[in-house]
Structure formats: C-alpha cells, structure tokens
Ligand binder design. Structure first.
Ligand code: ZN
Length: 111
C-alpha cells in the first residue's frame, strides 16, 4: 500500500494521480507504460496530510503498474475537465490483491 515516506500515513492513489493531472501531456502518458512509470518516478508529489513533498519513486512500483493498467482499462476514470479521478483506484488495487490471493489459494488446493 502506498504510504507517505515522510509521515507514514496511507496515501490514496486517486489523489496522487489527481496531482499528476497538472501535466499537460498526462493523456499521452497513458499510452506508454514505461513513459508513465518514469514520469511518475520523477514527479514531485505532496502529501495531503503532512504537506511534505516526495518523489514518486518512493511509491510501490507494483502498484504504480497496476494503476497504469486500471486507468487504461477504464477510460472514463478521469474527468479531465474538472481534474478529478473518478476511479477509486485504492479500492480497486485492494480488490485485485485479494483476488490474486484467492487465486493462489485455489491453485494450491487443486490436485
Ligand atoms: Zn505525509
């Protein structure tokens, strides 16, 4: 789960991505996975709790990769006009982790 590297509080991916929407080429970034991840790593985020700034590279890369996929799967997930992320990314990520765990358990049980 994404956490602020300064205060340790959990961060919501939807609010993190909303911060990135100030980038004029954000839509373009969603076309290429490596470009998206590289831009995210170099982006300076601001923690909504402690207001400290930190680089995106301190966030879990595995989650960033899934966020990229989710934003591509649900094209309506971002309201560019109002600069709002409609998708509950953090909840979706948690759900995905749960399903993966479920999948592992089922496979372990299979003969
Ligand atoms: Zn913080």
């Amino acid at each position: 789960m994404a956490k602020c590297p300064v205060c340790g509080r959990p961060l919501k991916w939807e609010t993190l991505i909303e911060q990135m929407l100030i980038l004029p080429n954000f839509r373009e970034l969603l076309k290429d996975r490596e470009t998206f991840l590289k831009t995210l790593e170099d982006f300076v985020f601001k923690c909504p709790e402690c207001k400290e700034e930190f680089y995106g590279r301190t966030l879990p890369r595995g989650e960033a990769e899934k966020v990229f996929e989710l934003l591509n799967d649900f094209k309506e997930g971002i309201d560019y006009e109002r600069k709002v992320v409609r998708l509950k990314l953090t909840n979706l990520l948690a759900l995905e982790v749960m399903l993966e765990e479920w999948d592992r358990r089922v496979k372990r049980r299979a003969p």
